[in-house]
Design a protein around this ligand. Structure first.
Ligand SMILES: *Cc1c(COP(=O)(O)O)cnc(C)c1O
Length: 381
């Protein structure tokens, strides 16, 4: 749907809900869903994703920061929030104010939260992060007993979950390391049991784990990228297909459009854009679109990628600027100023996805999506 703006993003509500439904089916009815909507809902818009997910059975939003949690509450999310990132000591009261379930991986933080709860005579639910080999956040085998002792000291702190995160599950078709981490997770769960911490939900599965390994589901799964209709990687897709997985389980829900603001004829042997990196070989028709690298249109796509105009590929000419990009429409007849250009999405028989962009700039769909500027207007369609 065209907006009054010159660039905008459409989020297809039905597609997101279908992806959630298919992932939920995979997880089964006994497993709860936490939707990873950190990084502005992987670029889809946190408020927009919150509104859509309100009509789904998702129990948790998984967010990175207290600022994101605040935005989700402002957008009307009244279910649970799992915070997967850290919290500054000065901001710790946000846990109670915003009713967040933080991930804990630091003894000092547990102590501070325990003291805060005791002072304010309230309880907080926490998820203890277990270090199984990613060497990011989490308590390792040596630290865990002490963490458990401190948790026990504060009955105000209810251990609601124990979690871990895989290091090498989407980057390979060899899942030996993921299975090793799963074994370590089970061993650390036993260690918690020995310290008397038993009644909580175990959770380990990101999208790739959910798509590939039932053994990783436990009580709760935390898909991110798959909700938006993207595969975590080609390797995950190949592994899934080798296991006989269904084809149409995921479908991208985001489209990004712009409109042409100027069309000009440029003579042969003329330069286009900063650095004079492109020179026309023939008389060319160049169109200007008001999007640039500040919007998340990666500068590495300069002289490399294309957009879609009237169902045809229009190559990017010269360098992508901060707010503007020049495209070549010489071979596309009938294009007018203010016509719509598809940057991500489908036009006729052509489709450009975040994977297409990621391939062009040697990145991953996660980065392409999460760096779409929050300033681009979003609409749910
Ligand atoms: C972002 C995140 C996820 C989701 O990962 P995907 O690969 O996008 O499914 C799951 N768990 C944690 C801890 C995360 O930070």
């Amino acid at each position: 749907m065209r907006m009054k703006h010159l660039t905008w993003i459409d989020i297809d509500r039905k597609t997101i809900l279908a992806n959630v439904r298919n992932l939920g089916r995979l997880a089964g009815t006994k497993v709860a869903l936490a939707a990873a909507v950190k990084a502005n809902g992987y670029g889809h818009g946190l408020a927009e994703m919150t509104a859509i997910l309100m009509d789904s059975p998702v129990e948790y939003l998984a967010l990175h920061s207290t600022l994101e949690a605040e935005a989700a509450r402002e957008a009307g999310w009244d279910r649970k929030i799992l915070l997967v990132g850290g919290i500054a000591p000065e901001d710790i009261d946000a846990v109670l104010r915003l009713d967040i379930e933080p991930t804990v991986f630091d003894i000092g933080f547990i102590e501070s939260l325990g003291r805060l709860c005791r002072r304010s005579k309230t309880a907080a639910r926490v998820h203890i992060k277990l270090e199984t080999g990613t060497n990011r956040q989490g308590f390792n085998r040596k630290e865990l007993d002490r963490a458990a002792t401190v948790l026990k000291k504060y009955p105000e702190l209810k251990v609601e979950g124990a979690s871990t995160h895989f290091a090498n599950i989407e980057d390979t078709t060899d899942h030996t390391y993921a299975m090793y981490q799963l074994d370590r997770f089970k061993a650390l769960v036993e260690q918690l049991k020995a310290k008397g911490i038993v009644q909580y939900r175990r959770h380990t599965a990101c999208s790739a784990a959910l798509l590939l390994f039932k053994d990783t589901y436990f009580d709760l799964v935390r898909p991110g990228i798959a909700l938006y209709g993207y595969w975590p990687s080609k390797e995950t897709y190949v592994s899934y297909k080798l296991e006989g997985g269904r084809n149409s389980i995921l479908k991208p829900a985001l489209s990004w459009y712009s409109r042409i603001t100027q069309i000009k004829t440029v003579e042969a042997d003329s330069f286009v854009g900063y650095g004079c990196t492109y020179r026309t070989s023939t008389r060319s028709t160049i169109a200007i679109i008001p999007v640039g690298y500040c919007d998340g249109f990666d500068r590495r796509l300069s002289n490399l990628g294309y957009v879609l105009v009237k169902g045809k590929r229009a190559p990017i000419r010269g360098r992508i600027c901060m707010n503007l990009t020049m495209i070549d429409i010489t071979d596309i007849p009938g294009v007018k100023v203010y016509d719509t250009v598809t940057i991500i999405g489908t036009d006729g028989k052509e489709q450009i996805t975040a994977d297409t962009h990621a391939g062009w700039c040697q990145s991953i769909n996660y980065e392409v999506l999460s760096r779409l500027s929050p300033l681009i207007p979003r609409q749910v369609v």
